[in-house]
Design a protein around this ligand. Sequence first.
Ligand code: FEC
Length: 323
Amino acid sequence: MNVLLMAYGTPYRREEIEPYYTDIRRGRPPSPELLAELEERYHQIGRSPLSEITFAQAIRLEAALNAALPLFPEPLRASPGPRVRGPARVYVGTKHWHPFIAEAVQAMAEDGVERAVGIVAAPHFSNRSIAEYRQKVEEALAKLGRPFEFRLVEAYPDHPGYIEALTNRVLEQLWRLREPRAALFLFTAHSIPEKSAGDGVYQAQVRATAEGVARRLGLLHWDVAWQSAGRTPEPWIGPDVNERLERAAAQGFSEVVVTAVGFPSDHLEVFYDLDYEAQNTAARLGLRLLRTRSLNADPDYIGVLRDLVLREWASFPVLERSR
Ligand code: FEC
């Protein structure tokens, strides 16, 4: 079984921020002002742990799949090596930095992969996220002499395991509240430009996740807010989390719990946009803001990924599934 685990990607060093940003901007280098502003955001958080977390997710997902699959060990060769591996193999490809998705697809082809399942560490479908991951895989496959079969897990906004994992993270914060019934629970995801969100699919999926958690906990006051809108002149979907905090203060809330349901992993948008920027907004407004822990490579999230991959793999025609 071959899996391509995909995530956004992050620069490893300061000098990599400019080419990374250029890649995000589809090859248009950022102005010196925009670059300085992004460098400052990374500086403020120290660095983004996104790559380490993505690799940890891949290692654990591979182990979880191997534990779930029947073993058909190859007969011992004359001199077997000291390393063993199970039937599952997880590759990592990231959208905007090394290992790029195209590099991963190339490596898979060189390893003789004939079919693979792809999954993104982002649970909601949008034209600016999952659709772009799919496009990058398809472009890379098209460059291969003999492309392998590929199926993608499109979205998992209401996967019961995902809802449960988030619910448990919210519970941890609920216990810290002074007045749980009077608090506001905000569920956030990355904003996207309005022109890419016209069909409402992304907004509906994010709301479904939020509603699933709110229902499980019987939350009285909850809402969806958007974060991390890009530095472009076009309108992005809102309300932005900072605007929503302003309204929360005006509505008389004094405690707010924020859960970034669109981001399974810790990274720049969590550490800067929530832990720095939104925390500053909350402090200015006299609000107490608690953020739930991210899922990262915790076993409950890995269980969700494993379940989705196994289901997608099972959709390949049965007779050829052993390849
Ligand atoms: O930790 C890190 O270094 C990377 C954090 C990171 C994640 C992430 C996830 C998403 N983005 C999505 C959409 C857009 C659109 C644009 C855009 C721009 C940026 C920039 C940085 C950045 N994003 Fe991101 N995003 C992360 C980081 N993103 C840095 C460039 C500076 C800025 O604008 O803030 C606008 C592109 C353009 O200019 O044309 C659109 C979506 C997600 C969630 C799904 C996913 O994870 O793939 C949607 C993590």
